[in-house]
Design a protein around this ligand. Structure first.
Ligand SMILES: Cc1cc2nc3c(=O)[nH]c(=O)nc-3n(C[C@H](O)[C@H](O)[C@H](O)COP(=O)(O)O)c2cc1C
Length: 322
């Protein structure tokens, strides 16, 4: 497929996925200056007036890095907007993104029907994340530039489809950019995403275990110590099914194996609303099955450099395989 110009200078076909509370300007700058797309949820800049300072900091830092390193692969950055009734900052946040001409807007939940023309007006791209073919169709109808397929095992709110099934069926109706999400934490897995028809890997949990991530040491250590079986998939905490570290649930005083049914609980992103005495995302740690491949906490640049080495070595090995 023809890549939109804005996606070209990547050192590795990766988007550092937006992570509630965790993504911050330091992480985004480290990702972009290492050549992968960095992203953060607009809601992480609190109060909302802080978003201006975050955007100023990121754009200035990337510009300065490019000026100091001619020829470096500095990737564009993305801001994640949650399209949901509980997000009453959306208008304010989008106005600021327009002022800074943010290169990529990642939308979650409702199809970004009204957002697409606004973002295109300033020359930006809209990527929308989906967990089903029905949602992919709606996003395509809304005119998005890219789809993010959130598959089984992804950290935070996640789907249940196998990436093999989901990419194949979306490829029948969509030839544009696809980013694939779900337990991708190594360069080999990035290559596998490309092999099955995605253009980019969407990597979240791996970046929680970095020096820059705004997560406490207990959270990072739990990711390093966990295996895929330590991940719990439940709608209990936010009303939408997601993946969390079982141990954080137990340490918050709940029994991960006996959570009451809460299928249709009201959702609130703005306040990360408490379901009981504990707060999803703050006390209950979101993480995907990719924890199995994460054994250390490193600077984000080192994580990306290692993934790139793994990606190139795996590609080389496969090319030489009979
Ligand atoms: C702790 C945590 C917080 C997240 N917060 C958001 C968010 O605010 N907005 C969003 O669109 N996705 C969010 N996600 C989902 C990620 O953007 C991405 O889809 C996911 O991390 C990819 O799967 P992986 O973690 O297995 O790499 C979150 C994921 C985690 C683990």
């Amino acid at each position: 497929m023809a890549w939109p110009l804005v996606l070209k200078p990547l050192s590795l076909p990766v988007i550092g996925a937006p992570l509630f509370i965790i993504s911050n300007p330091d992480l985004v700058i480290a990702q972009c200056t290492s050549g992968v797309i960095g992203a953060f949820p607009a809601l992480n800049a609190r109060p909302k007036e802080m978003l201006d300072a975050w955007l100023a900091r990121i754009t200035t830092a990337l510009f300065a890095y490019e000026a100091a390193h001619p020829g470096a692969e500095v990737a564009p950055f993305a801001v994640n907007q949650i399209i949901h009734a509980s997000n009453d900052r959306l208008g304010h946040d989008l106005d600021l993104c327009a002022a800074y001409r943010v290169p990529i807007i990642i939308t979650s939940l409702a199809a970004p029907v009204e957002i697409v023309p606004r973002v295109h007006a300033w020359g930006g791209l809209v990527f929308h994340d989906v967990i089903s073919l029905r949602h992919a169709r709606k996003a395509i109808e809304a005119g998005v530039d890219g789809l993010i397929l959130v598959c089984a095992g992804a950290g935070g709110h996640a789907g249940t489809l196998s990436p093999f099934a989901f990419v194949a069926e979306v490829r029948k109706i969509w030839q544009g950019p696809i980013a694939l999400a779900g337990a991708i934490a190594t360069g080999q897995a990035v290559l596998a995403a490309r092999a099955i028809g995605a253009d980019l890997a969407y990597v979240g949990t791996r970046f929680i275990a970095t020096d820059e991530a705004n997560a406490d040491q207990r959270y990072k250590a739990m990711i390093v110590a966990s295996e895929a079986a330590d991940i719990l998939y439940t709608p209990y905490f936010t009303g939408v099914a997601g993946n969390y570290l079982r141990r954080s649930v137990a340490e918050a005083g709940l029994d991960p194996d006996h959570l009451p049914d809460r299928d249709k609980m009201a959702m609130s992103f703005e306040s990360a609303k408490a379901t009981q005495a504990v707060k999803a995302w703050r006390d209950i740690f979101g993480a995907g099955q990719g924890v199995a491949a994460i054994d250390d906490v490193l600077p984000a640049a080192e994580v990306i450099a290692r993934m790139r080495r793994e990606y190139l070595a795996a590609k080389d090995e496969l090319c030489r395989a009979p």
